[in-house]
Design a binder for this molecule. Structure first.
Ligand code: SAH
Length: 227
């Protein structure tokens, strides 16, 4: 395992800044929140990437993590984190723990992260990794994220890191008034869009697509049995 701070991290942060500028026409964000960029600078991505891909750990692209899944592109992780406008007092739900990298970024910025992962082996690895790295404010559970994690609801923000066919109603229900859900919606035929779902203080829900994206699919529990 390499030691931090990694010199390639500086280049990655620069890539994220550039891609943020290039996509500002879509996202309305010419620059990301300073604290989000600080979290991106702090979390050692190489600790979330398999050994044989260490040389690519700080490339601005997704990488395979086994079980047909990926760790997301760092720019997308930063953008999604920025879109929920994280605050230190926030309780956040993530669906799709994967490597645990996005959860670690969130853990630097909010009070508590709950994360659901449908592949049990990935959930166990991520839980162990996050604990070893000292992210004590993340709880990981193996299970299907379509129904959210009702025991800890409502959440200030919910972040889904796999593409859903449609926004799961349970996730909208588990959002606090004033809360934000960020979720890729679509499929490989229609294409996917990163969607921001906002619930206002009166409980009214508005949706807005912010960027075309490519994510692995959010699978149904029944599909999972076939894998
Ligand atoms: N956030 C991750 C990226 C994960 S890729 C990271 O930072 O590394 C998407 C993850 O969603 C995969 O690990 C996949 O197994 C998981 N997933 C897919 N469908 C799911 C579902 N219905 N419920 C929970 N997790 C799901």
């Amino acid at each position: 395992m390499r030691q931090e701070p990694d010199p390639e991290l500086g280049l990655l942060l620069e890539d994220i800044r550039q891609e943020t500028e290039l996509t500002a026409g879509y996202t309305g964000r010419a620059a990301l929140d300073r604290r989000v960029m600080e979290a991106m600078a702090k979390v050692p991505r190489h600790a979330f990437v398999p050994d044989h891909l260490q040389l690519s750990a700080y490339a601005n692209r997704p990488l395979p993590i086994g079980h047909g899944q990926t760790i997301s592109q760092p720019y997308i992780v930063a953008l999604m984190t920025d879109l929920i406008r994280p605050r230190p007092e926030h309780m956040v739900l993530e669906v799709g723990t994967g490597s645990g990298y996005q959860a670690a970024i969130l853990a630097c910025l909010v009070k508590q992260v709950y994360s659901l992962e449908i592949v049990t082996a990935l959930a166990e690895q991520a839980r162990e990794r996050l604990q070893r790295l000292g992210y004590s404010n993340v709880a990981v559970r193996a299970g299907d994220g379509h129904g959210g994690w009702p025991e800890h609801a409502p959440y200030d923000a919910i972040l889904v890191t796999a593409a859903a066919a449609a926004v799961p109603p349970a996730l909208v229900e588990q959002l606090k008034p004033g809360g934000t859900l960020v979720i890729p919606v679509g499929n490989r035929f229609t294409g996917q869009d990163l969607r921001v779902v906002s619930k206002d203080e009166q409980g009214r829900v508005r949706e807005k697509n912010v960027l075309p994206v490519i994510f692995v699919p959010l699978v149904d529990a029944e599909d999972d049995a076939d894998r």
